[in-house]
Design a protein around this ligand. Sequence first.
Ligand SMILES: [Cu+2]
Length: 141
Amino acid sequence: MSMRHRRPHTALIVAALCLVTTLTGCSDSGGGTPSSSTPPASASAPASASPSSSESGKGEVKVTIKDFAFHPATFEVSPGTKITVTNEDSATHTLTADDQSFDTGNLAQGKSATITAPSKPGSYSYICSIHPNMKGTLTVR
Ligand SMILES: [Cu+2]
């Protein structure tokens, strides 16, 4: 009697073991995430969110104004990037968005100001409000 009871019981255990083995085997053969999750040791600093090589130029961007021109005049940043603008001309300049979404204000010689790129992706043309022939384009994406 007890033998009869045991058989289905054993079968059940075997079935359960098979299931576990299958699951384990599945995740093993998945090949992905070989303990790629953040080790607890370095969990303190979330500074470098993306160390991937594909995303470059993150962080701060610098623009220099020289010889009545922006250097670089056309550039691309991530939303909210800090942009430091330095005027190396003897004349006073500004870096002002056409739509006023960013503006350094007047920068005398040797002065710099930090503006923040818009959070909305798009193409923002800007000028020097004192010398409107000075033009540039900031692309946010
Ligand atoms: Cu100017």
